[in-house]
Design a binder for this molecule. Structure first.
Ligand code: FES
Length: 134
């Protein structure tokens, strides 16, 4: 009898990426907290047909960004003091935060959302990463 191989998703998943949610968990215009295998909290944002992943820890005073709101202009607003960050680059769009919110690489495999390594910081923002929902 032949051994059954691991799933295609397992074999196709690039190194450093992990499945954290499915699209059905993340409605358009919402934010969702997830905890990576490393213990690091992240938040997933779905805005304008794209999914992005950012640190869940506000760079102002460490409040959970997943408690905030996704705004129409593509920013994520912290629920504590109102800082706003670009959902795709983490750039500060409104204070009191001064440092950008770290961004993570993200991809979709079917309806599964996978999050990978942290994006590279480029000055006041992180390299933009988002996955388009087909
Ligand atoms: S903790 Fe987020 S704006 Fe202050």
């Amino acid at each position: 009898m032949n051994a059954v191989p691991h799933t295609l998703e397992d074999s196709a998943t690039p190194p450093g990426f992990e499945a954290v949610a499915v699209l059905g968990d993340l409605a358009e215009g919402t934010v969702l907290q997830r905890v990576r295998a490393t213990g690091e909290a992240i938040c997933l944002v779905r805005h304008n047909g794209q999914v992005s992943a950012l640190s869940d820890i506000c760079t102002h005073q460490h409040f959970s960004m997943s408690q905030g709101d996704v705004m129409h202009d593509g920013t994520l607003q912290c629920a504590w003091h109102g800082a706003r960050f670009d959902c795709r680059t983490g750039e500060v769009r409104e204070g009191p935060a001064e440092s950008p919110l770290p961004v993570f690489r993200v991809r979709l495999e079917g309806s599964t959302i996978l999050v990978g390594p942290r994006s590279e910081r480029i000055g006041p923002r992180y390299e933009s990463h988002a996955a388009r929902v087909e």
